[in-house]
Design a protein around this ligand. Structure first.
Ligand SMILES: Cc1cc2nc3c(=O)[nH]c(=O)nc-3n(C[C@H](O)[C@H](O)[C@H](O)COP(=O)(O)OP(=O)(O)OC[C@H]3O[C@@H](n4cnc5c(N)ncnc54)[C@H](O)[C@@H]3O)c2cc1C
Length: 294
């Protein structure tokens, strides 16, 4: 087992928005040991790095990334740690695709994450942003998260993590390695039925077939950002090839040649309109990465 190195990589290929300039180096470690070796090396050379999951909640700027990009695609194991009649404890590595984990849960008849059906990205990204929908959240099933902090691997138990709405509470983690998840035993039929219902709901209300980064803004307390954007008359607004979706106003779509600068411009336009209409300051949910220099 080694490590794959890719040089001069256009990041748009790694983001669901299909936007993002170049990174000089992308590293794909094939094992946790390799990853820890890479982190040691980067630390000793004082080279900054960022971790990218499925790139489904990020806007990578047009000037690209100065940092080394680490992708954990190969760290995608799911192991059963403990099991009894009611519950199953799993350890899932951060690079596991969230939907591949959900397929596993469906096969095994395990309940707890059905509402996350259809959310792209990795388990690592879902933990960092506490991804959720339909009253389900990633952190609901977490018992502990394994992270690298200050160069050391730590298993942090749930009660020490200050998570909340779209906040995993893992900001001081340099890398999220994986998590212990507790799921309830159920029948494959019931789990499958719920997953199907949530996916149908998602298909009806979100432009899931088009390039986007999911919700651009967080919901202000007690309100829906999408609704405010819609009521402020922003649906269909554009900057270049970026458009406020007509299906769900909190999704901005890349119509093909969209750029990060257009995306940021449209975010500003929408924030201004919503503020003028409702005196509400929208806060970004997406993570903006990189430099603006072309
Ligand atoms: C069509 C569509 C629908 C969506 N629907 C939803 C929804 O219903 N609910 C919802 O919550 N989200 C939704 N999203 C947003 C997105 O899919 C989730 O936030 C997802 O969990 C992000 O995971 P990711 O692996 O793609 O993270 P990325 O976008 O790659 O990264 C997000 C952040 O996490 C950090 N990160 C990722 N992995 C690690 C790691 N292992 N260690 C340290 N840091 C890491 C990155 O540095 C970055 O800051 C949707 C997105 C799309 C495109």
């Amino acid at each position: 087992m080694g490590c794959e190195f890719r040089e001069e990589v256009t990041m748009s290929q790694f983001t669901t928005l299909r936007i993002g300039g170049r990174a000089e180096l992308v590293v794909l470690p094939e094992s946790s040991e390799m990853l820890l070796g890479v982190l040691d090396e980067l630390r000793s050379r004082e080279v900054p790095f960022v971790v990218l999951g499925g790139g489904s909640n990020v806007l990578v700027l047009d000037g690209g990334l100065q940092e080394v990009v680490i992708k954990l695609d190969a760290l995608n194991r799911v192991d059963i740690v403990e099991t009894d009649q009611k519950e199953v404890l799993l350890y899932v590595q951060a690079g596991k695709r969230l939907q591949a984990l959900l397929s596993f849960l469906l096969r095994e008849g395990l309940s707890g994450l059905e509402g996350l059906t259809g959310i792209p990205g990795t388990v690592g990204g879902a933990l960092v942003g506490n991804a959720g929908a339909y009253d389900y959240e990633m952190m609901d099933v977490v018992e502990a998260v394994k992270i690298v902090r200050g160069g050391k691997v730590e298993l942090v138990s749930k009660d020490k993590i200050d998570s909340g709405y779209r906040k995993g509470g893992l900001d001081d983690a340099e890398v999220v390695l994986g998590a212990l998840l507790k799921l309830n035993r159920d029948s494959t039929e019931r789990v499958g039925k719920r997953m199907k219902e949530f996916l149908n709901q998602k298909r009806l209300t979100q432009p899931i077939g088009e390039p986007s980064a999911g919700c651009v803004f967080k919901n202000p307390s007690g309100q829906s950002a999408g609704k405010l954007i819609d009521l402020a008359g922003c649906k269909g607004m554009t900057r270049g090839d970026i458009e406020v979706s007509r299906v769900h106003a909190n999704f901005f779509i890349n119509r093909g040649r969209g750029t990060a600068s257009d995306f940021i411009g449209l975010m500003e336009d929408v924030r201004e309109r919503v503020f003028k209409s409702f005196q509400v300051e929208l806060v970004p949910e997406i993570k903006i990465m990189g430099s603006g220099i072309e």
